[in-house]
Design a protein around this ligand. Structure first.
Ligand SMILES: Nc1nc2c(c(=O)[nH]1)N[C@H]1C(S)=C(S)[C@@H](COP(=O)(O)OP(=O)(O)OC[C@H]3O[C@@H](n4cnc5c(N)ncnc54)[C@H](O)[C@@H]3O)O[C@H]1N2
Ligand code: MOO
Length: 403
């Protein structure tokens, strides 16, 4: 049997990083920046007020106190967005709003709270040092400075700075488009009645959601019955919009294995047994003219999800231009004994917690079958048990993949 590490290694050697393209900011969330972004102007672009108040010459209010306030005539008014030239002469004040350009001659802003709020004259009852409540041009970024480096994932604040430096479009590696095809004659659409021998299809919902959380766009294709030519037709139809395809089901040893039957003859997809549980039957390769990577995951719901975490997620990271490798783990102590088959790496479902003395602990969930999706839904971690370990007593130190 092939090792988990070898399988992932082959996948990462095959999958290619997506080519960059220019996207509108509205579509760039979750993409990976593919250019160095600099600011064409300083930010702020001009000296401006940090508070609502009065622009003054600080020397004019140097002696102001509560008991001996200073009264200044208010000669002008400047709001944010005001493009006119304003100037404060000696002994004068200009009413100013947050974000408004500083008038020439003023070297301080007195917040309205330190005054009587007057509009004809203003009574100032505190001194303000030169520079008070002024935001200087360029104190966030200078013109020409780099604000974002390539390789970062664009989140809400990165979109904010892109807009703040005037960008409307940005060069990014897009979110990979992933088509998920579930196969199986027994599968019924959730929301429709179940016939005899049927179950509601769930894997595509899990996998599309997992794709989305992993920074891709998941598309559910309609269910394909156990029919190889129907699967090939579906693939043909879907490949135009796919950077990756995931199928579930139809890859083990049954009499009706449409995925194997359809893709085996192409010669570009390998079906293998990987030394892991769950998720032993795996297939991976490329399809179509564009050599789109395809994962054929086992149909058991827990198996397909675990396979996603171990193999598809790192592949998506590589496609996005991010560092890609095995999932990150944390160390925890088990709260119950564990069993695992000899020669296979197990990924048991568990719940992470912290013990009273501050150690991470992991409690295996009660039902560990590959079909036991309800137990998976209660878990928040996969406990990794190495290939050569068959039993672990309670209190063992294990590696855990947080979900
Ligand atoms: N003789 C053998 N039988 C099986 C072996 C084996 O080595 N020899 N391997 C077992 C293991 S391990 C797994 S995992 C499964 C994988 O089977 P398939 O990938 O062919 O999947 P199916 O047979 O189509 O389905 C398995 C199971 O999962 C349910 N399923 C499938 N798709 C969905 C879906 N989209 N939503 C919800 N549930 C789904 C399906 O009804 C089956 O119960 O094979 C074992 N057998
Ligand atoms: O590998 Mo199967 O995934 O054990 O159920």
């Amino acid at each position: 049997m092939k090792s988990v590490d070898d399988h992932l290694g082959e996948i990462l050697a095959t999958v290619r990083t997506l080519a960059p393209l220019e996207l509108e900011l509205e579509r760039a969330l979750g993409t990976t920046l593919a250019e160095e972004v600099t600011s064409p102007v300083p930010l702020p672009p001009f000296d401006n007020s940090a508070m609502d108040g009065y622009a003054v010459r600080s020397a004019d209010i140097a002696d102001a106190t509560h008991d001996r306030p200073v009264t200044l005539p208010v000669v002008d008014d400047v709001a944010a967005g005001d493009g006119q030239l304003h100037a404060v002469g000696p002994g004068h004040a200009i009413r100013i709003m947050t974000g408004a350009p500083m008038p020439a001659g003023a070297d301080a802003v007195v917040p309205v709270e330190w005054t009587d709020g007057g509009t004809v004259t203003v009574v100032v009852n505190r001194t303000a040092a030169a520079g008070n409540a002024i935001r200087r041009a360029g104190e966030d970024i200078r013109a020409g400075d780099t604000v974002l480096h390539p390789g970062i994932v664009i989140g809400p604040t990165q979109l904010g700075i892109l807009a703040a430096v005037g960008r409307r479009r940005v060069l990014v590696r897009p979110r990979p488009r992933v088509v998920v095809i579930s196969t199986g004659a027994e599968l019924a659409e959730p929301g429709t009645p179940l016939g005899d021998g049927q179950i509601w299809e769930s894997n595509s919902f899990t996998l599309c959601a997992a794709v989305r959380q992993a920074g891709g766009e998941g598309f559910r294709a309609s269910i394909v019955p156990d029919d190889a030519s129907a699967l090939l037709d579906q693939l043909d139809a879907q490949l135009v919009r796919a950077d990756m395809v995931i199928t579930s089901g139809g890859v083990s040893m049954g009499a009706y294995e449409p995925v194997k039957e359809a893709l085996g003859p192409l010669g570009t997809v390998r079906f293998e047994r990987v030394a892991m549980q769950p998720g032993m039957p795996q297939g991976f390769g490329v399809v179509g003219e564009d050599q789109v990577p395809i994962f054929t995951l086992p149909g058991n719901p827990v198996s397909s999800f675990v396979s996603f975490m171990l193999f598809v997620l790192p592949a998506l990271r590589k496609m996005r231009g991010l560092p890609a490798g095995p999932p990150d783990t944390v160390t925890a102590l088990t709260t119950a004994p564990l069993r695992s088959p000899q020669g296979k790496r197990s990924f048991l479902r568990g719940k992470l917690a912290t013990s009273p003395d501050g150690h991470a602990t992991v409690a295996p969930v009660a039902r560990q079958g590959s079909h036991q999706l309800a137990a998976l839904a209660l878990a928040d971690a996969l406990v990794v048990v190495p290939e050569d370990v068959t039993e672990l007593p309670e209190g063992s130190t294990v590696q855990v993949i947080p979900l």
